[in-house]
Design a protein around this ligand. Structure first.
Ligand code: 13P
Length: 215
């Protein structure tokens, strides 16, 4: 994809975050890996005012957070950069303060495999990290450790991160993670959900390599 096409696709994904209820106001951000750089949404910008040229470009290897572009990058550029450094398989990252995942993160609860769709996240449990203030190296370290090899993590008292090889798949997982959290919370209101065994989920994980949205 050409650079301008990627930027346009990022704007479309941001508008989709608003449309699906994943996001509101200026919360949330997303990024795409482009070679040895990343493109990330600008900080504090309502998505309905976002333009393709407003994305900030940053070198993944750079320590200082230098960027090029007309707008400063998301305050969370550090965890975007550090996840790309830690995970060669990740090509896009979505962060949102979606209601149900954030409610679980406020309770500091991991999300267990009460539904088989957990296998889409390459894990039998989505970890909820401790709290650290937004934009800090501490939050970034918690995010990278909590994510591990999984495709999603909850940030304590904050929100969700979902990753994918493409932006389309990271977005798909963000919506899926919010849905799983919603379903889990509904089930908890009626009783104690049955949690699928680690072996059940592990048996499904290979099938998810070829399942889900593809570009
Ligand atoms: P930015 O507007 O800087 O991307 O921050 C939003 C957010 O969600 C911080 O966690």
């Amino acid at each position: 994809m050409q650079m301008h096409e990627i930027r346009k696709f990022m704007v479309a994904a941001c508008l989709e975050m608003n449309r699906t209820g994943l996001n509101q106001g200026t919360s949330g951000n997303l990024s795409v890996r482009v070679g040895d750089s990343l493109l990330v949404t600008p900080t504090a910008t309502p998505y309905d005012r976002l333009e393709p040229d407003m994305m900030a470009a940053m070198r993944i290897g750079d320590e200082e957070g230098r960027f090029s572009g007309p707008c400063a990058p998301s305050s969370e550029w550090r965890f975007h950069r550090d996840i790309y450094r830690a995970r060669a398989d990740v090509g896009a990252i979505v962060h949102a303060h979606a209601p149900h995942t954030t409610a679980l993160a406020m309770l500091r609860k991991n999300l267990p495999a009460a539904h088989y769709m957990m296998a889409a996240f390459n894990t039998h449990e989505i970890i909820c990290t401790d709290y650290a203030p937004y934009g800090t190296p501490e939050l970034s370290a918690l995010a990278v450790a909590g994510l591990g090899k999984a495709h999603g993590v909850l940030l304590g008292s904050h929100g969700l991160i979902a990753v994918g090889d493409t932006l389309e798949r990271a977005m798909w997982r963000a919506v899926e993670l919010e849905t799983l959290a919603h379903q889990y919370m509904l089930a908890c209101q009626m009783g104690e959900p049955v949690i699928l065994g680690k072996d059940e989920i592990e048996a499904l994980i290979p099938r998810f390599a070829a399942y889900g949205v593809t570009t």
